[in-house]
Ligand binder design. Structure first.
Ligand code: RIB
Ligand code: CA
Length: 321
């Protein structure tokens, strides 16, 4: 049976690829997309999500709910220096479905309560919406079957600072609240999974570009800005934190090693805002999350190649594709 899920996203670059996973993998039953402030301007993120629905041939089929437009207590921090507009300049002049009028936090609470214990959430942006939903409805935590979080680093490098990964850095108070709330959490950290195990170098990217499908052209365009940025910071390829997180929920066979950890997030440090303290069981702290430590990286790449090989029929023309 397909996995019922919601993707909570700050849609730009690999968030788009994660949406493709949710929209096209036969193991996924994507019930909704919820938007949260993160990577790029909020309205641009919405455009990127609609663009992705269109390129997947699923325009108008999955509801999009708009969520929190800023972190809980801090100012928004953008990653436009990394992702540009998040869609490689692609543009779709569409009329058609608009975002749903229900707020994303209300939609999350409602949908989880309608099917207690059935719905998984893939959270691939700052955790603002998830923290708000758990504050709004104390039953939300138990109604959600599992929460897959892209964020933090497992005693390794950050990306926005030496200490912190972007999603936790942008809204550390939300991340801290989510890890203490009691969810069944699985973490896909930046380091080592994204940074060291799932980087797509030139040969891999050329093979994807040569697939010749609208999806492969889309992938190449949306990843271009990040590829340039990655090379400047010493990463020899594209990074796929968000699509990896969605894929690991749907394909646990891609997980090679996962361990229980106590995860907490720094909100008060001068140099360590958003640092994820991942304690591996020897410090007397009760585990509150499973942290994935090793994946089948080749298996993940081949999975995305197969996904991007599919032919789709976008309903609206996409300029630049
Ligand atoms: O640190 C990686 C995360 O922030 C991902 O969710 C990606 O979208 C990025 O900008
Ligand atoms: Ca993201």
């Amino acid at each position: 049976m397909a996995t019922a899920l919601i993707i909570d996203t700050d849609t730009a670059q690999d968030d788009c690829v994660a949406l493709l996973v949710g929209l096209l993998d036969p193991r996924a039953d994507l019930r909704a997309i919820t938007m949260v402030a993160g990577n790029v301007g909020f309205e641009q993120q919405v455009r990127n999500a609609f663009l992705t629905l269109n390129v997947a041939g699923r325009f108008g089929e999955v509801p999009l709910y708009l969520g929190c437009r800023r972190p809980l207590v801090r100012e928004w921090v953008s990653a436009e220096n990394v992702h540009g507009d998040g869609s490689g300049g692609l543009y779709m002049d569409h009329s058609g479905p608009e975002p749903d009028s229900e707020h994303a936090v209300d939609a999350l609470v409602r949908m989880a309560a309608e099917r207690p214990g059935e719905l998984s959430i893939v959270a691939i942006g700052p955790l603002t919406n998830i923290a708000m939903a758990s504050a709004k409805d104390p039953a939300f935590v138990d109604n959600v079957k599992s929460l897959y979080v892209m964020g933090g680093s497992n005693n390794g490098r950050g990306n926005i600072t030496a200490a912190a990964e972007f999603n936790f850095y942008v809204d550390p108070e939300a991340a801290k609240a989510v890890f203490s709330a009691g969810f069944d959490i699985t973490v896909v950290p930046w380091d080592p999974l994204t940074l060291r195990q799932a980087v797509f170098g030139r040969r891999k990217l050329d093979r994807i570009a040569a697939l010749g499908t609208p999806l492969s052209a889309f992938f190449t365009r949306v990843c271009a800005a990040t590829l340039d940025f990655d090379r400047k910071v010493g990463i020899d390829g594209t990074t796929h934190p968000d699509s990896l997180t969605a894929a690991l929920l749907l394909h646990p066979e891609l997980v090679r090693k996962v361990s229980p950890y106590h995860v907490d997030v720094e909100t008060a440090g001068e140099l360590t805002r958003g640092y994820s303290a991942m304690s591996w069981g020897v410090h007397g702290l009760k585990a509150n999350a499973q942290v994935i430590e090793e994946i089948d990286a080749e298996g993940f790449y081949e999975y995305l190649v197969a996904l991007l090989s599919r032919s789709t029929e976008p309903a609206h023309a996409i300029q630049g594709l």
